[in-house]
Design a protein around this ligand. Structure first.
Ligand code: RTP
Ligand code: MG
Length: 138
């Protein structure tokens, strides 16, 4: 059993895609171990994406991620990290495979609808950023 952090980004929440995307994760067999809707400040978005602080898109990305509400979730299942990334598709929706969430709903390389942790260490950090142990106990 593995856990990963998923975020429905502001473009997804704004277009009322929350139910569709959560439904997709459930139909793929994930258990939703935790879920909440929140609106990140610029500072919180910068802290969450600190690993990208030297990338040219950092300011734009963190402005975008703090531009409206997001839904954060913990997805649980076998091989959850890689399976979630396969279901999301390539970072750039134009290059994402048919049937992936980003291919279907992504708007551009930044407004790509969903986030997913990329490896076990990142998943642990990202889950702890949003959820307490108590919130994920049941
Ligand atoms: P994520 O972390 O959101 O799941 O996406 P990812 O691993 O596929 O992509 P990553 O390289 O970690 O980039 C994080 C997010 O930054 C935005 N981005 N913009 N303008 C650009 O060239 C660019 N490249 C990346 C995207 O929102 C990407 O998901
Ligand atoms: Mg990433």
């Amino acid at each position: 059993m593995e856990r990963t952090l998923s975020i429905i980004k502001p473009d997804g929440v704004q277009r009322n895609l929350v139910g569709t995307i959560v439904g997709r994760f459930e139909s793929e067999g994930f258990r939703i171990a935790g879920m909440k809707r929140l609106w990140l400040s610029k500072k919180e978005a910068e802290a969450f994406y600190a690993m990208h602080k030297d990338r040219p898109f950092f300011d734009s990305l963190t402005s975008y991620m703090s531009s409206g509400p997001v839904v954060v979730m913990v997805l649980e299942g076998p091989n959850a990290i890689q399976r979630n990334r396969d279901i999301m598709g390539d970072t750039n929706p134009a290059q994402a495979a048919e049937g992936t969430i980003r291919k279907e709903y992504g708007l551009d390389v930044e407004k790509n609808t969903v986030h997913g942790s990329d490896k076990p260490e990142t998943a642990a950090k990202e889950i702890a950023f949003f959820f307490s142990e108590l919130e994920l106990m049941r």
